[in-house]
Design a protein around this ligand. Sequence first.
Ligand SMILES: Nc1ncnc2c1ncn2[C@@H]1O[C@H](COP(=O)(O)OP(=O)(O)OP(=O)(O)O)[C@@H](O)[C@H]1O
Length: 253
Amino acid sequence: MDTAAAPTPIASARDLVKVYGAGTTAVRALDGVDVDLARGELTAIMGPSGSGKSTLMHCLAGLDRPTSGSVVVDGAIVSSMSERRLTALRRTRVGFVFQAYNLVPTLTALENITLPLDIARRKVDRAHLDLVVGTLGLTDRLGHKPSELSGGQQQRVACARALVARPAVVFADEPTGNLDSASAAEVLGFLRDSVDELGQSVVMVTHDPTSAGYAHRVLFLGDGRLVGELRDPTPESVLGALAALTVSRTGTG
Ligand SMILES: Nc1ncnc2c1ncn2[C@@H]1O[C@H](COP(=O)(O)OP(=O)(O)OP(=O)(O)O)[C@@H](O)[C@H]1O
């Protein structure tokens, strides 16, 4: 048997709890999540509306603070960081892709892509920029403003912006939620390629079994807890797992 130690995870949570509000109106969005996310994988997080997907991602990414428990990202204990160190972590070690693209309308595609590096006063690695931009098929769109780009092109610019700083991990919250199926397939194919070809680690929240089918691993949340997972999923196996989880939640399983 292979007894070699497993590589350290890119992100881990231990007994992660997040409570919003207090007293009778308190909502326990995360109720004791333990999870290790592997380096060099695309991990999808799925679950019903309100199950805690976004809260988990935000706590892992240092966008939200847990009520208790710990989060470690790329060896750094995120859950106990000062605001200053958190800001530095988000700038240098973590990339984000949001459903709404969040591009700056007055800047060109290229200026949007290099903005995080410019803000951090870091030098642009031209060869890496060219590789990312070329892989995303954006080379002839770099001078365009977001309003001159399709939704899929805007989301590819957002992916390039997340990747160009070579972050330890990219967090994507419903990255294809606003896209038609052809544009969604392009963006998801690229996120998967960024893992397989560029060695990136990516964590993605999604509602969509087809999107989850691009992942190496799918985690299922229910009521703030991890309730299942699948390796090497297909859209069909994801649908099957969701159906089985729904049956067990309604108590008929
Ligand atoms: N800022 C907040 N204040 C109060 N309650 C919140 C806040 N953010 C989330 N919640 C609650 O925490 C629970 C988990 O929310 P979360 O957004 O993480 O779920 P989700 O699985 O991402 O849902 P969706 O798929 O609808 O986006 C929900 O009950 C939600 O109403």
